[in-house]
Ligand binder design. Structure first.
Ligand SMILES: Nc1ncnc2c1ncn2[C@@H]1O[C@H](COP(=O)(O)OP(=O)(O)OP(=O)(O)O)[C@@H](O)[C@H]1O
Ligand SMILES: [Mg+2]
Length: 248
């Protein structure tokens, strides 16, 4: 359907004997904020990898804004409007916040440092980088080395990196994991204040964050979708309470 940002149909991912994702179908409308929850090992990150192109799905199809991207490599999915953050922190710690974002704007890695030095002053790069740092509340830390930044600030920086290519669909894998309550609240607000035109699919274990950000929630368990619904439907569902909260 034309108004879908993401359409996942019967996607599976098999690792050896493990069916980590098992016939998942999931549709996210344009502008929707969808949160995916589920116990450890449910297959959430694996499904993200299939969507982003980090993994090739073993079966099924994936459409981004109506276009079949199932066979496309990761960088082409990025060009078509997909952005993502990782469950594990992925910023370059020997650089400043600004340098990290500049590299992302230029699409190069620090191993090509000499190349980067020569294009550092390309018009617009610093401006674009600063704009993204402002979006995530880090403009005041632009020239601070990542090593001097708190874990929460690093996660804010990762969000800036994911926004560099002006994605239309943003995949967030546990952005608030490992943060203190204050840092979590700060990142939550930043995500909440991102433009509503940006479609989001987010994995989140923290139920306050999940329930606070989601338009709809999908529950994954043992590689399968066991429930999809509004925040209220999911909150009261007995199966979710049993599987996810360990209570009935
Ligand atoms: N590269 C891999 N090779 C083999 N097995 C894998 C690989 N990646 C994930 N798995 C397995 O697939 C299953 C789902 O893992 P996945 O990381 O997707 O779960 P998750 O829902 O993201 O869990 P968590 O909440 O702990 O992050 C697990 O059994 C895991 O061990
Ligand atoms: Mg995971």
């Amino acid at each position: 359907m034309a108004d879908l940002a993401l359409s996942i149909q019967q996607v599976s991912k098999v690792f050896g004997g493990i069916r980590a994702v098992d016939g998942v179908s999931l549709e996210v409308s344009q502008g929707e904020r969808r949160v995916m929850i589920g116990p450890n090992g449910a297959g959430k990150t694996t499904l993200f990898h299939c969507v982003s192109g980090a993994h090739q799905a073993s079966a099924g199809s994936i459409r981004l804004f109506g276009e079949d991207i199932t066979q496309l490599p990761e960088h082409e999915r990025t060009l078509k409007g997909m952005g993502r953050t990782f469950q594990i922190s992925s910023v370059f710690v020997d650089l400043t916040a600004m340098e990290n974002v500049q590299l992302a704007v230029l699409g190069v890695r620090p191993t090509k440092w000499s190349l980067w030095r020569s294009v550092e002053h390309q018009p617009g790069v610093s401006e674009r980088a600063l704009e993204k740092l402002e979006l995530v509340g880090l403009a005041g830390k632009a020239n601070v080395g990542v090593k001097q930044m708190s874990y929460g600030e690093r996660r804010q920086l990762e969000l800036a990196l994911a926004l560099v290519n002006e994605p239309k669909l943003l995949l967030l894998d546990e952005p608030c994991a490992g943060l203190s309550p204050a840092e979590r609240q700060r990142l939550f607000k930043l995500i909440q204040n991102l433009p509503r035109s940006l479609t989001m699919l987010m994995i989140e274990h923290d139920m306050d964050v999940a329930l606070g950000l989601a338009d709809r929630i999908t529950v994954l368990h043992r590689g399968q979708v066991i429930l999809e619904g509004s925040v209220d439907e999911v909150r009261v569902n007995p199966q979710v309470r049993e599987v996810y909260f360990g209570q009935v």
